[in-house]
Design a protein around this ligand. Structure first.
Ligand code: MEZ
Length: 531
């Protein structure tokens, strides 16, 4: 039941609603945004960062929790692994069964390579299925890849690797067509035209969607295609270390059965890391919108094998994580809610930020509203602001919520909240890893030959902040490219001598740097047991 404070605040929001719908808050200037970010965005909280003492990014600042993982001990003693005892032998080994891994597998298979997916949970358990609001592609009249590039480059603070972003926006329309042909049920007008809306930071309506379960629908389709093609998938099996050949090229992985802990060797001619993000690291204590397995594994595997990270110090806090009630704390309240007309308002019912500012800016504005201005609503376990969802039905007409965002309606109605009539409480939630392994336009890591990284584990495509809908498109564009290239390269790789010497070398570096730790990595799963 709502407290007196809640009820007073709710009344204020209701009373201000009509006026707020017509109220157009100006967009912030570049300077205003920078000031806001440096004062309130978690990426700028210096006490939460450490400096790496070893490895390819030695000397760089990264989140303390990630630093611990990257400088942790291996799960294996390399000398105890018999690399001649090969359990799986394949051309292309794909680590991770989310959207990027599945897209890569389909293209590798299409190109004729023997392909194997290993995944520590089940195929489809991934952040892909957690993405709700949409997928971007400039394929409508009046839009262009150039406009898409400009929006994403600015939104990412001009830090994206231009060649990667350029590939993303140029290949996006074909990727949508590919998904459509595979059977993704995009929202369409009766004449078949795709319905598109704005997302934060977009200058054109280029967000395609399948209601508000876009990622789930895309994953459903990709998963079916993988299974229809009989591409082998080994579930509940994690990769815990990469294997290299004597030339330092990726050549397989040490796998671990998640239940029995049995260790196995997979030999491959090329390896694609598609392990996703890191929300379950709960950086700075934030809740997360991520799936259960998002624990930065791919960063650890790649880093130990010598692959450099790019922008590992920047994370995305989605502005609208559910803040109430507690059982859905941190769950995603899709940005599409704001695309459809809902505004963010404070405890007094005042609009304090343009609803479609980029995510980092909107998140920082919410944190400021709660931390500094005393304008948050106390939930009993934190502070939050309102997202005034009933505005959607006023702007779009009765039935809009049920038609366009049924998953949101269902999530809150299970908690006794009808978002058509009541606003919801939100606060930033850890949503996306902006940085990751440094790659080229083929999706291959810049430092380790024949090692590819696709999806959230890769860095540089979006710069230091990502726009909504650009990760669902990146998993398809770069997943497909990596699958094709990995398959081509696999044709030219002769079987070589396998080694884990990089793991032993990393352990020596830990010692030399005087790092004493009992952390073992990759983490694989979060630990929520009470200590
Ligand atoms: O790209 C995303 O992160 C996404 C679609 C999320 C959302 O708000 O729905």
């Amino acid at each position: 039941m709502y407290s007196k404070e809640f009820q007073d605040s709710l009344k204020a929001v209701e009373n201000a609603r009509e006026a707020n719908i017509g109220y157009e808050l100006k967009r912030m200037t570049e300077n205003e945004k920078n000031e806001l970010l440096s004062a309130y965005h978690p990426d700028y909280k210096e006490s939460e960062f450490s400096v790496l003492a070893i490895g390819p990014n030695k000397g760089e600042r990264i989140p303390c929790e990630l630093c611990e993982m990257l400088q942790g001990h291996s799960r294996i003693s390399p000398e105890k692994i018999n690399l001649d005892d090969i359990k799986y032998d394949t051309d292309v080994l794909i680590i991770g069964g989310g959207g990027a891994g599945a897209a890569a597998a389909i293209e590798a298979d299409e190109a004729g390579a023997d392909t194997l997916i290993v995944t520590k949970l089940r195929i489809g358990d991934s952040n892909t299925i957690m993405a709700e609001g949409g997928i971007q592609a400039a394929d409508r009249p009046g839009d262009s890849p150039v406009a898409h590039f400009i929006d994403a480059f600015g939104g990412g603070h001009y830090a994206a690797k231009r060649e990667l972003l350029s590939k993303l926006v140029c290949d996006a329309p074909a990727a949508i067509e590919w998904l459509n042909n595979l059977g993704v049920e995009f929202d369409k007008e009766p004449d078949g035209t795709m319905i598109t809306v704005h997302g934060g930071g977009t200058s054109r309506k280029r967000m395609h969607a399948a209601r508000d379960y876009t990622g789930t629908e895309i994953m459903r389709t990709l998963r079916e295609e993988v299974l229809n093609r009989d591409i082998p998938v080994v579930d509940y099996t994690s990769a815990i270390e990469l294997i290299l050949d004597e030339m330092g090229r990726a050549a397989g992985a040490v796998l671990m059965n998640m239940e029995t802990k049995e260790l196995m060797v997979a030999r491959a001619k090329t390896v694609i890391i598609a392990t996703g993000g890191a929300g379950r690291m709960h950086y700075q204590g934030f809740p997360t919108s991520n799936h259960y397995g998002a624990t930065a594994d791919g960063l650890v595997l790649g880093y130990r094998a010598g692959a450099r990270l790019l922008y590992a110090d920047t994370l995305q806090y989605h502005p609208t994580g559910a803040a109430y009630p507690r059982q859905i704390l941190g769950s995603l309240v899709t940005e599409k809610v704001r695309s459809l007309g809902a505004k963010l308002v404070n405890r007094e019912g005042n609009v304090f930020i343009h609803p479609l500012e980029t995510r980092d800016v909107a998140a920082a504005a919410i944190i400021r509203e709660c931390a500094d201005r005393g304008m948050g609503v106390s939930t009993g376990y934190g502070e939050a602001v309102w997202l005034d969802t009933p505005m959607i039905e006023i702007v779009g007409g009765d039935g809009t919520i049920e038609k366009r965002i049924p998953a949101m309606l269902r999530m809150f109605s299970r908690c006794g909240i009808d978002i058509r009539r009541e606003p919801v409480l939100v606060y930033p939630t850890l949503h996306y890893q902006n940085g990751g392994l440094d790659i080229n336009t083929d999706g291959m890591t810049t430092d380790v030959e024949n090692l590819f990284a696709v999806g959230e584990v890769a860095g540089g495509i979006h710069g230091r902040n990502r726009l909504m809908g650009n990760s669902l498109i990146d998993i398809v564009v770069f997943g497909r490219t990596a699958g094709k290239t990995a398959s081509e390269r696999a044709k030219k790789v002769a079987p070589a001598h396998l080694t884990l010497s990089h793991v032993a070398k990393f352990e020596r570096e830990l010692n030399r740097a005087g790092i004493i730790t009992d952390v073992v990595s990759p983490k694989l799963l979060p630990d929520y047991r009470r200590k």
